[in-house]
Design a protein. Structure first.
Length: 277
């Protein structure tokens, strides 16, 4: 496994992780998405390359993604707060149902085989790709109250769907908040705060479940890989701050389309991987 890698391979892996972290961090701050949609596929291929057992390589990618998102989402939220773009009334009333969804979603994810988890990620990523490719900005929205039924349903589904994907839920929560009339900047900032809750509960869940299942992955805490965490965190924290500042002065429609194309490619690639498991 890891001990079989030579120096050049290790350098290559660290370089790929570091370069990916730059993109992940910037996109996380720019879109309030936490970066999991980009990070999980990268971690999946890196872990596969170093010889992590195929039985739980996707679970390790998802759990590690959550751990990296925690500090990332903190920096992103604090930066958005400076622009008064975080509505904590949304976070409090919506967040409790998101957390419940994450708990059940984590249990669901851990119970899946790697192939099933890959298929789930591939299908959901395709939906998100289509959203980014066809979504249009809402002009001058008027915020309206989200009643209890919608908070329960949307919050639970957001958390439940985010857990098996290792994402902070921004690609789900931002459109939901936009649908209810919140300005895009407030929707993104509030989604970043919700992303912290999702990532925290998700990381704890995958770390505990992996430890309970007694998986044997070097330098990992359950389904959370420590070296990947240490490489990604400082870079993504720095880049998330830049991304969060950029969204307040940059037209991100083109970047949204490019992200949609990237997600479409990743979805197709992982769907192909599904048949190899």
């Amino acid at each position: 496994m890891l001990e079989s890698l030579d120096q050049n391979q290790i350098i290559f892996i660290v370089t790929v992780m570091a370069a990916s972290a730059v993109v992940v961090g910037f996109m996380a701050g720019l879109f309030g998405i936490g970066g999991g949609l980009i990070m999980v596929p990268v971690l999946f291929y890196v872990f596969s390359f170093v010889g992590i057992e195929r039985t739980f390589v996707m679970h390790l990618a998802v759990g590690t993604s959550f751990s990296i998102i925690i500090p990332n989402s903190i920096i992103s939220t604090i930066t958005h707060m400076k622009f008064k773009a975080v509505d904590f009334s949304i976070v409090k009333t919506f967040g409790v149902f998101v957390v419940i969804g994450v708990v059940f979603g984590t249990i669901f994810a851990v119970s899946l085989k790697t192939s099933s988890l890959i298929l789930f990620f591939s299908i959901m990523t395709m939906f998100f790709a289509i959203y980014f490719l066809v979504a249009k900005e809402k002009i001058n929205p008027t915020p309206r109250d989200i009643n209890l039924i919608y908070r329960v349903i949307c919050g639970f589904l957001s958390g439940f769907l985010s857990a098996p994907m290792g994402i902070a839920g921004g690609v789900i929560n931002t459109p939901i908040l936009k649908m209810f009339g919140y300005q895009i900047k407030v929707a993104i900032g509030s989604s970043a705060a919700l992303g912290f809750l999702i990532a925290l509960i998700g990381a704890i869940g995958f770390a505990v479940s992996g430890s309970y299942l007694n998986i044997n992955v070097p330098l990992s805490l359950g389904f959370v890989n420590i070296p990947a965490f240490l490489i990604f965190v400082p870079i993504t924290m720095f880049m998330a701050k830049i991304g969060a500042k950029t969204v307040h002065k940059f037209d991100k429609r083109l970047i949204g389309k490019l992200l949609g194309i990237y997600l479409f490619i990743i979805s197709c690639k992982l769907f192909y991987e599904y048949f190899s498991f």
